[in-house]
Design a protein around this ligand. Structure first.
Ligand SMILES: Cc1ncc(COP(=O)(O)O)c(C=O)c1O
Length: 359
């Protein structure tokens, strides 16, 4: 229950599509992705969010992780208003945000995403001098590790803040297809409805969680025309485009929603298992979306070790996702539990966790 590696089956046609196009391993793939793949992605964005995004505003990625890194290199200026730029990062966070900020020469500013702030960072509470230096704000929704979802109001005020202080928002939406009831709203959808500068919104999506294909290494970035042009420029020199047969599989995957619904149904069953196992436990916050539980404990490492020693269940200490800021570590009092295994295995694991840590 440590790594967030999906273990549900991926669609049965993946191997066939790959084999059908195996001859294309003999060709250099286009840097920007095939037009067919970009059109399939645009179709997905239309169906999922009701947004119209030209295929020139989309670039396929080798999974979102490299995109979250390289897109910051492409879009973070060397200076903002004559000063070192700031990159805002929720705390706890997916590690690549911090690595990207440092590689781009920016100052990472970690903003607590705790129970008190609905497990999302309150960027609006930062000092105006800091906000004026912000080049990019990362936001993960549905969030890893807490499973929190940024609602319309959250996105709207973040977009307003970005307009006021002139920065871009990088929305990591790779868990957007795994939710309980209502689909999580996306940044492009809210930004388009708000009618602001389209260059502010940059979104990242992945087939890793949507289609259970973490090994395919396939995702995309979409954003404003100028932003995507800069990403394209960087990739023309330093990119590693996806092999054509992989792009063909991705094209099929983005065009198909049936397998995504089946997958979501499996996760819904596991949310129900978690709600059942932890029923009545005041410490338990049911995740809104994604496939992690973020469980409070006295000490994250001690709890993970005890669990492993006494039950054989492995989880990740929350402090491996967080930074100490002003003496506070928002991950130190949590463990992260991945609900990726089969339902019966998840029930067994969660029951052991409950009995070991909460009774
Ligand atoms: C929050 C978050 N973003 C991005 C990724 C990267 O996913 P991938 O590179 O497989 O698309 C992960 C993977 O676990 C993640 O948890």
């Amino acid at each position: 229950m440590t790594i967030g590696e999906p273990r549900h089956p991926f669609p049965g046609w993946v191997g066939d599509v790959m084999a059908q196009h195996a001859g294309d391993f003999g060709k250099y793939p286009p840097n920007d992705g095939t037009p067919e793949l970009r059109v399939a992605i645009a179709g997905y964005l239309q169906r999922r969010y009701g947004v119209t995004v030209g295929d020139d505003r989309i670039i396929p990625l080798n999974g979102t992780r490299e995109g979250l890194f390289n897109t910051l290199l492409a879009l973070c200026p060397e200076e903002k208003r004559g000063q070192r730029p700031v990159v805002l990062i929720p705390n706890p966070f997916y590690q690549v945000y911090g690595v990207a900020a440092l590689a781009a020469g920016a100052e990472p500013v970690y903003v607590p995403a705790t129970a008190g702030s609905g497990f999302l960072p309150d960027y609006t509470a930062l000092a105006p001098e800091v906000l004026d230096r912000v080049a990019v704000a990362y936001l993960c929704s549905p969030s890893n590790p807490q499973g929190a979802v940024a609602d319309n109001g959250y996105w709207t005020s973040l977009i307003e803040l970005a307009e006021t202080h002139d920065f871009k928002i990088f929305a990591d939406e790779c868990y957007c297809e795994i939710y309980r009831d209502a689909p999580a709203p996306g940044l492009l959808q809210i930004a388009q409805a708000q009618g602001g500068d389209p260059e502010r919104a940059v979104v990242f999506h992945s087939l890793s969680k949507r289609s259970n294909l973490p090994g395919l290494r396939s995702g995309f970035v979409a954003g404003g025309r100028q932003s995507i042009e800069r990403v394209r420029h960087l990739r023309a020199y330093a990119g590693a485009p996806q092999p054509l047969p992989v792009q063909r599989v991705a094209e099929h995957a983005w065009a198909d929603d049936a397998h995504v619904e089946d997958n979501r149904a499996l996760y819904r069953r596991k949310y129900a298992v978690a709600d059942d196992v932890f029923a009545g436990l005041p410490e338990y916050t049911p995740p809104e979306a994604g496939f992690f539980l973020w469980l409070p404990v006295a000490d994250s490492e001690a709890a993970a070790l005890r669990l492993w020693r006494e039950t054989g269940v492995r989880v990740l200490p929350g402090r491996y996702f967080s930074r100490v800021v002003n003496g506070e570590d928002p991950g130190a009092g949590y463990v992260r539990v991945a609900l990726v295994a089969a339902e019966d295995e998840v029930r067994r694991g969660l029951t052991l966790i409950r009995d070991c840590l909460y009774q």
